[in-house]
Design a protein around this ligand. Sequence first.
Ligand SMILES: [Zn+2]
Length: 243
Amino acid sequence: MIKSQTSRISFNRILEIGPDIYQLSDRGVNIILIVEDELTLIDTGYPGSSVPIAGFISSLGRSVDEIGLIIITHNHIDHMGGLAELREMGRARVAVHQAGIIGDGDEPPYPAGIRRLLRVPFFSNLRRRFLLSPGDVDIRLSDGDVLEPLGGLRVVHTPGHTPCSISLYSPRDKLLIVSDTLVRSRRDVRLPHKTVATDFTEAMHSIRKMAGLDFDILCFGHRRPFIGGASARVRDLVDGIKD
Ligand SMILES: [Zn+2]
């Protein structure tokens, strides 16, 4: 059962999607907060999101410096833009799939238009804000890693939207967090559009991989969760993928 709250700070929407699991939405992007002895954040929203995140955490009687772990689902600015601020505010370790750490000569995992823009000298100064470098990351994730939150949160490497895209699976809570690998429409779950994938074939392979998991709740990078029969819905979508 989802409980909705009105926030006194600037999140557009706060949903409690499980016991002590919150989905916070800022400027259309979702951030997941897991409240245990230590706090865990999954994604950090756009730059500036640290303010409402800290505010919401204090409204729970906790503090932003109790965030022990920040997991980034992929290195797009709407998901990791608030990371630098949050690192300064506390002591969180940052976990990212190893493919998300981009060296100076590497191609950024953005659609072609943004990649071209980031090559223009003026905009190339922004590269640092749009990408994660080795110094931003404490834990390099691989497929199958199991992290501490929710009694064992499994990393599922689901590349395609970006090379480093991961999903996070909690067998205990029957919850799968897929970020931008699948798309939430108003009433349904959809396959992503070709233009937003760095590798569409790989993206479809990743969705097939998700279909093998058992979950009731599906959380996305944008919009509301899909609740009830979520893994069956993903299996239906997979049946419709044309090779
Ligand atoms: Zn994205």
